[in-house]
Design a protein around this ligand. Sequence first.
Ligand SMILES: C[S@@+](CC[C@H](N)C(=O)[O-])C[C@H]1O[C@@H](n2cnc3c(N)ncnc32)[C@H](O)[C@@H]1O
Length: 269
Amino acid sequence: MLCPTSGFRPVFRLKVTQIVYPGNRSFTFAPDLIFVYHTMNGSLWRLPVWKKDRRHGLEVMADCRPDEYSQLAPYYDFLLGPFILPVRGEICRLASSRQFESVLDICCGTGEQCLMLSSLGFEVTGVDLSPGMIEVAKRNARGRVRFFREDAASLHFVDSSFDCAVISFALHEKEEDTRGRILREALRVVRKPGVLIIADFITPRGFLPKMAGGFVHVVERGAGRQHYRNFRDFMKRGALQGILPTYDLKLYRMKKLLFRNVAVVLAGT
Ligand SMILES: C[S@@+](CC[C@H](N)C(=O)[O-])C[C@H]1O[C@@H](n2cnc3c(N)ncnc32)[C@H](O)[C@@H]1O
């Protein structure tokens, strides 16, 4: 069977299983132009399919990137939650120290941070690209938080929609170009002067932090070749503290956690 749009002959069997629309937009389904892939082991990749109405001169596009987090999503909080908890607490503390009302959690994952912020009274919105993560987030939040499955490098929100944006443990796993686009989008959607709360890895200094840093490398290596390559590039550029000036971000406050391998920063333009 040939793909009707590209003529590409798929290696795997093609079958439509699920269609996820970005945001709350919906379009007429044109089955002849949508294709979904089978993995080698027989489990299905849930592929987001962007469909635009052809009557308006637009075309269907299928995002063929696999969901990197689909396998991890159900276990993410169980496996990593206890380690991340102090970071989540610090993010809440920083958000509470300002007069914020609305917060956007970019690359929100399973929405744990969103729920913590929401329970403090913030109006929280979460976005994440992974259908698996967003599914868990929506299930856990039971309507208390708005979630959108979309690319953080191209958000659908209009300028200045939020008081603050949070980005935790997402920048280190992105290529430099995507990292820059995510940060620029974050600054665009927050009210001026833009304020971001970012949690990510810093360069460990001293014996104990370096030992703990070895554990971080093991975890990052386990997350896949591209993920690890991006992480190493991020560290080479000076990690979180090193990249802030690249995007003209000033550091207002910083707290180092997890044996001084992670920092939660309040940064702004
Ligand atoms: C390590 S997890 C961190 C999740 C969460 N922020 C936390 O602190 O637990 C990274 C998240 O970034 C999401 N992500 C990666 N690239 C993205 C993109 N371009 N747009 C939106 N989300 C993205 C992944 O799906 C994943 O949920």
